[in-house]
Design a protein around this ligand. Structure first.
Ligand SMILES: [Zn+2]
Length: 512
């Protein structure tokens, strides 16, 4: 036998109950209407003859077709209303700029969904996000399945709302660079960038630290995803702006010249152009990509610094007739001297761009190494060396590259060597055979090597990134002894090369 399911039964029961409730409400309304003073007049106008409503109703021919039709319509309307009221529930429509996003059961739920979205989206910036869109909560009736959960409403809202937080934008010369969540964070990041290049110590006094650019922090309404963390902004500021540009190879280009012109290492150039190798033939017109790194902000530091510098010892020869020709012996070991040099400096992002010597104090004089040798020993090689003679009797270039700065007076001070440009990491060689008498950090020279060639001749190689030899080691001419770098006072990677004759630096170009 067919049985109504429990669900159907309870549905019918609920329908009946709802019907009863609304009929009761209608009764209450009717009785209130009767108590209304206007009712009597209304009755008089529409039911003339002073008949009661019940009396009037009695006169209606209930059996007429008209009345049956009207009755059916009323019945259908009442049942439909009941079904509608029963199958729908009260809810709140959440709308953005008049467009419905979700319907929630209660206003509290709807408000909560909005609050959660604003809090969640603002969280990374440590703020409550806000919107300029119009958000409304309107009471509506909705079917059960039309109701959203708070989670679903939040998702729908999040996708619809234009959200903002307060952003603090760091700009340089009017160009916006980075956005932080607070003025305090922006100021702290800028200060940390300055501090990174303004390390003070007993030997190093900082007088001023400034940005080369006009730097400003301005408040603005920004999208939450535009806000970066302090750590990320500082890391990006320290790293610089990395961009890739295409370069078209021209006549006369080599990997070496392209790398040097763009302040890159050849290896980096090869890495960013996997098809190329050191040996690859460059085709004129072929394009290659060049990765450029430019600082977003330049930190200019002014100050004074006291540096300890080595005064290299020289080797002097004495003729000893008790020794045979070609024989020699060390009479006294040499030792390097030391001096304190006080300079005022200007640096840009940690690289010294200018120094002026203020004073110099010799702490310890160098002691010559004395070598005795028999008569008829070979003559001093230096005296025979001449420009351009790349042979064993003279000096050879320690490194091939353009001379960025010659020997001589520059801004009133003597530049005691020549600066040969080359990318960091490029090996340089001993200009003449000799003995390494220093391979150490030495003030503005940075990592520096001194090679003693005898006869009072010493060569110096400064600003190295690495040493390939150690003190006491004998090196032959052309042997790689170090790598080009930027240690000490440099404006970029180069080798500072000196030839020192009896303690006095001379112009290397006269001997190369
Ligand atoms: Zn130099």
């Amino acid at each position: 036998m067919f049985r109504k399911s429990d669900n159907q039964r309870s549905y019918v029961n609920r329908l009946k109950e709802t019907g009863i409730i609304y009929l009761e409400k209608l009764n209450v309304f009717a009785s209130r209407l009767k108590g209304w003073p206007g009712w009597a007049r209304l009755k008089q106008d529409h039911f003339p003859g002073g008949k009661s409503i019940s009396g009037y109703l009695k006169e209606i021919n209930w059996k007429s077709r008209k009345m049956i039709a009207a009755g059916v319509i009323v019945a259908v309307a009442v049942v439909s209303l009941g079904v509608y009221l029963n199958s729908t529930a009260g809810g709140y429509a959440l709308a953005v700029n008049g467009q419905r996003v979700a319907v929630l059961k209660t206003r509290a739920e709807a408000e909560n969904a909005l609050r959660t979205v604003l809090a969640e989206k603002g969280k990374p910036a440590g703020q409550i996000a806000f919107t300029k869109d119009q958000v409304t909560f309107d009471p509506v009736r909705a079917k059960e399945y039309e109701l959203s959960t708070e989670g679903a409403a939040e998702k729908a809202l999040g996708g619809k709302l234009n959200l903002f937080v307060k952003g603090y934008i760091i700009s340089a010369n009017g160009n916006n660079l980075f956005t932080l969540a607070s003025m305090t964070q922006a100021d702290a990041v800028l200060q940390k960038l300055k501090d990174n290049y303004a390390l003070a110590s007993d030997e190093r006094k900082i007088e001023s630290v400034n940005f080369e650019e006009k730097v400003a922090v301005t408040e603005a309404d920004v999208k939450p995803e535009q806000v970066s963390s302090s750590d990320k902004v500082l890391a990006d500021l320290l790293k610089g702006q990395v961009s890739t540009v295409n370069y078209t190879i021209q006549s006369g280009d080599t990997l070496w010249t392209i790398a040097r012109r763009n302040d890159m290492m050849i290896q980096d150039l090869v890495n960013s152009n996997p098809g190329l190798s050191d040996q690859a033939l460059l085709q004129i017109g072929q394009t290659m990509s060049i990765v450029k790194v430019q600082p977003y902000l330049n930190v200019i530091v002014n100050g004074t610094e006291t540096r300890q510098e080595t005064i290299p010892y020289s080797t002097v020869y004495r003729t000893d007739y008790s020794l045979g020709p070609g024989q020699s012996k060390v009479v006294a070991a040499g030792s390097n001297g030391m001096k304190l040099v006080n300079v005022s400096f200007t640096s840009k992002n940690g690289d010294t761009t200018n120094t002026v010597a203020l004073s110099e104090t010799v702490q310890q004089n160098p002691v010559n190494k004395v070598v005795a040798r028999g008569a008829g020993a070979p003559k001093v090689q230096v005296a025979m060396a001449s420009r351009g003679s790349g042979v064993a009797s003279g000096f050879i270039w320690p490194l091939h590259g353009p001379i960025a700065s010659p020997f001589g007076y520059r801004h009133g001070r003597l530049h005691t060597g020549i600066d040969i440009d080359a990318p960091t990491g490029t090996p340089y060689v001993a200009a003449l055979s000799g003995t390494v008498i220093a391979a150490q950090w030495d003030g503005g020279y940075g990592k520096m090597i001194l090679v003693d060639h005898g006869n009072g001749v010493v060569t110096r190689y400064a600003h190295s990134s690495a040493f390939l030899v150690s003190v006491g080691q004998h090196v032959s001419q052309g042997q790689p002894i170090g790598r080009v770098g930027t240690t000490g006072n440099t404006t970029g990677p180069h080798l500072h090369f000196e030839i020192i004759l009896n303690g006095t630096p001379v112009n290397p170009l006269n001997y190369l």
